[in-house]
Ligand binder design. Sequence first.
Ligand SMILES: C[S@@+](CC[C@H](N)C(=O)[O-])C[C@H]1O[C@@H](n2cnc3c(N)ncnc32)[C@H](O)[C@@H]1O
Length: 254
Amino acid sequence: MKTKEPQDLWHNPEYVAGLFDRMAATYGVLNYITSFGFSERWRKECVHLLGIPSPTSQTRGITAKGPEDEVVYDLMTGMGEAWPSLTSAGISRIVSVDLSPGMCGRARENAKRYNADIEVLQKDVMTLVDSGQADYVVCCFGLKTLSDSDRTSLAQKTRELLKPGGRFAFVEISAARSWWLGFLYRFYLRRVIPLLGRLFGGDALAYGMLGKYTESFGDCRQFAEELQNEGLSAQYRSLFFGCASTVSGSKPED
Ligand SMILES: C[S@@+](CC[C@H](N)C(=O)[O-])C[C@H]1O[C@@H](n2cnc3c(N)ncnc32)[C@H](O)[C@@H]1O
């Protein structure tokens, strides 16, 4: 599937917002179908890596801090796809950030279904100024559309957002490394996903772009280094033969 999008536009925030606006109506279903349900599994894995403790228990009259007291920043939230896992873990305060008006509109509708305080901010994550507010920062499938320099800024932003001792986890679809799987995966990203996008009533060009972003992103290794450069502990993991990868860790206590 050929696209005529000039590469210098790829990481422009207005362009990215427009792309996701065009996918907003079909993203939920198509994301699930085209990943054979893996996206859902990888999202859960990402939230699991946050290491959210179980809800508050009282021991000898001392109440420990539990997830219900903690704040999660869900970056590039989309329509709130990570919320089921976050709320199941006991989280009741989520600040969600996304720059696409279409995605944010749907996220606000979805938020009504949860018994949780969910705030949806329509903005570029690079413009967040909420320093030291987050117990956790999570981001599912939001890294690939950022430029290299924006990912460096995101690593810095993650450090700024987190409280001392706070934890983070990122997951992203990645370019599989072995030649045979890489070949199949590229074919799938370049040809099959845009076709499925069109068949299911979506925008083939927009879905084709997701494949291009994935190929140029590579995996989370470089971003893990950026986070370490910010003084965070960060651990890289490869999922399912490198078809996705995660980076998770924490900010040191003061
Ligand atoms: C592939 S979707 C992922 C949505 C969701 N997190 C999920 O798990 O499926 C990426 C989202 O990141 C958003 N996004 C991309 N760049 C952004 C930025 N700089 N600031 C805020 N949101 C951004 C897009 O609008 C889009 O909704």
